[in-house]
Structures are given as C-alpha cells and as structure tokens.
Ligand binder design. Structure first.
Ligand SMILES: [Zn+2]
Length: 396
C-alpha cells in the first residue's frame, strides 16, 4: 500500500454503564439511535478497541498498520522505546461516577505483573490486579464542566469534615488520626475505613447518608447523597471527605499521577493515557478491592488544591500540557490558520468543535468534522493545520 500522510480514523465507542446517552451526541452529533450509554471513544491501537484507518483502498487496523513498519510509522525513538503506539487517546463522557482508583508506577507495575504471572492468576480473573507491566499516568482535559476527585485533602480538613457526622464506628479511628497527621496516620485511617466490615460498615455508611440528607445545602454532602444513589452502601461514599473534590471548567486540565487516588464523577473530557489497564480500586465499585495491594501503591500525602490543575505552556500556537512521562503529550489549539507542525512521532488530531483542515506540502489536503480524528505517521515529517475552532493533538 502507498504510505499517506493522513489517515481518517474510525473509532470504537465503549458502552460502559456509567457513560452518558446524550453527551457525545450533543457535542459531536454522534448517532445513538438505540440510546446506549456512550462512555468512551477510543483513539489508538489498543487490542480491546483498535481504531481503523481509511487507506483509500479499504480499511486497516491501526495496530496492523503500525506493525508493517514501526520505525517508519512511530518514529525510531518511539519504536525503540515502546515498540507500539505508547498512548491511548479518548473522549470520556461520565454520567455516573467511576471507581476511586490508584495506578501503580512503572516499577510497581512490572513487579506486580511478574508476581501475578508467577502465581498463574488468570488474566481475566476477578482478583487480577495487573493486566500488563506498564504504568498508567493520565491527563484529562475538560470539554464540559468536569467533576472529579484527585489526591488526599489536607489532613486537618479531613478530620473537620468527619467530626460533625459523629459516627460511633469511626470515632476511635478519627481520634487516633487526629493525634498523628503523618503519612502513617493517614494510611492507618484510610486502611481502617476500607476494612470496616459487616454491621460496622453498614451503620457507618447509613450514618453518613443520614447526615448528607440533612446537609444537602452543602455541595459536598449533596454530592455524597447523589453518589449514595449510584453506589448504595459503598465504603467509597466517604471518599469525598478524604479527597480533593474539584470541578474543571471547559479548557482546564489535570494530571493523574501514579500512586495518587482519583475518581471521575461527572462530565465530558478528552483523556490521554499510557497504554495500560492497571487499576487498583478503592471504592465506588462493585469490583474487587485488594486493600494490601492498594496501600502498597498509594502515596499518603495531602495534595494542595492549587496544585491540582495542569498549567499549559503556550508555544507556537499551541497550549502544551507538559507531563513528567515520555508516553504521551497533549496540545490544544484554538482558531489557527496554516499553523506549521513538525512531526517527531505518530500523532492523532481530534476536531473538538469545528472542522479541521490539514495539508501536507500542498499535495494532500484533508478535512475532518467535529468528533472525527486523523492518524498522522511519524514519516509525514510536517503538516499545516487550520481550524476556526478547537483541536487536540496527541503525540509523544
Ligand atoms: Zn485513573
């Protein structure tokens, strides 16, 4: 086949039950005749939902295309370091909260994956934590108001939120924590909460829900009441008291670092992540919670609210969201005319809210509409891009 500079992508939509039936339809006019929950649009080469490329002679799976010549298509550096497209780019539309979770760092993922392989835990087993040997840093960029939790709150503040609820089962834990505002104190408190069982857990959650109902005027407790309808009886209903709760405004972004608890609650955004499925859950989920493994992969320190947002760096028409990992980069541009872009790796361009036109040395020109994406192999070298709206660029 002839190698082109641009390939229009056909992407998989994942219909997870927490997804929105209307968000992607509203933003990108995606058809949804059967009223499915459209949770995630996947742009990438992941085996569970690989994008298809239009070649002019038919379609080819992105993973098969890359396999034809990884050095040429990914670029030598990326091919040598990763051997595959190192990122997965998504649109994520949450109507319901996703689980509270932590991702391991690279070393922990390698060790955990090797250990579970040695123990012969089947890959699809209920209690399998490590699906691969990779870390899973994530960046989320809000397209609508986007409600999320990220990192532990200030420890004094955690105690101040718990105290007035006055839950018998938690009182001794809270007293011990109040006398020990250290990483160890926070870990002990967090662990003891997760290990509440049977009647103690039921009574504690019930007391929280009663308090939340009586305090709906406070946004935090109105959130807990709402989460209580989504995940009745779940120990994760306490997590908004322990974690920073924030609403990203459209155009704001945040980085989800390894070993930091987080959860997406509601909203639509772009998400880019390393190619991994390693998730350790900590609540708001019917799935498996491996408490010891979770604790071993969590850093118990408070994260200041002002450090939660990722500040973009402006450069040559782009807003660059710089992260401390080599797996991916994300840049956003708004209203650009013939912006020249140099290509060093395989890229994906996503049109957010208006058509995007790309041209390659005046020979090839292609236009995509909002909600559509293009794959640009590293060999393209450079291109020019124009749009009267917003576009996102994933690369590494
Ligand atoms: Zn995550």
């Amino acid at each position: 086949m002839i190698y082109l500079p641009f390939y229009k992508m056909t992407n998989t939509i994942q219909n997870y039950e927490w997804g929105s039936k209307t968000a992607m339809q509203g933003l990108f006019a995606f058809k949804n005749k059967t009223q499915q929950t459209q949770a995630e649009l996947w742009m990438g080469a992941h085996a569970n939902g690989c994008s298809l490329l239009s070649t002019g002679e038919g379609v080819i799976k992105l993973s098969d295309f890359i396999a034809q010549d990884p050095h040429l298509i990914l670029g030598k550096k990326t091919a040598d370091e990763f051997g595959q497209l190192p990122y997965l780019f998504k649109v994520l539309a949450a109507e319901k909260a996703l689980s509270v979770q932590v991702h391991p760092n690279k070393q922990q993922a390698q060790a955990g994956f090797a250990k579970e392989n040695k123990l012969a835990v089947p890959h699809n087993a209920f209690n399998r934590n490590y699906k691969d040997a990779n870390h899973k840093p994530e960046v989320v960029f809000a397209l609508t108001e986007y409600l999320a939790m990220n990192g532990f709150r200030d420890m004094q503040q955690i105690v101040e939120y718990f105290q007035p609820i006055n839950i018998l089962e938690i009182k001794p834990l809270l007293q011990a924590f109040s006398a020990d505002f250290t990483a160890g104190g926070l870990q002990d408190f967090f662990q003891a909460m997760l290990l509440l069982e049977g009647g103690r857990k039921t009574r504690a959650v019930q007391a929280l829900m009663v308090y939340a109902q009586d305090n709906l005027h406070q946004p935090l407790f109105s959130l807990i009441a709402e989460l209580g309808r989504q995940y009745p009886g779940d120990i994760g209903l306490f997590s908004p008291l322990m974690m920073n709760v924030l609403t990203l405004q459209p155009g704001e972004a945040m980085f989800l670092d390894a070993c930091t608890p987080h959860a997406y609650i509601k909203g639509t955004g772009l998400e880019i992540m390393a190619n991994s499925d390693n998730v350790l859950r900590a609540g708001l989920t019917p799935k498996y919670i491996d408490v010891p493994e979770l604790l071993a992969n969590t850093i118990f320190c408070s994260k200041a609210a002002e450090d939660l947002l990722l500040k973009p760096q402006a450069d040559a028409g782009w807003q660059n969201y710089v992260v401390p990992v080599s797996d991916f980069k994300l840049s956003i541009a708004d209203n650009v005319e013939d912006l020249c872009v140099k290509v060093n790796s395989a890229e994906i361009i996503f049109a957010v809210d208006a058509p995007v036109r790309l041209s390659h040395r005046d020979e090839n020109t292609i236009t995509i509409n909002k909600g559509e994406s293009l794959f640009i192999p590293a060999y393209a070298g450079d291109y020019q891009v124009s749009s009267s709206g917003q576009l996102a660029r994933a690369y590494n």
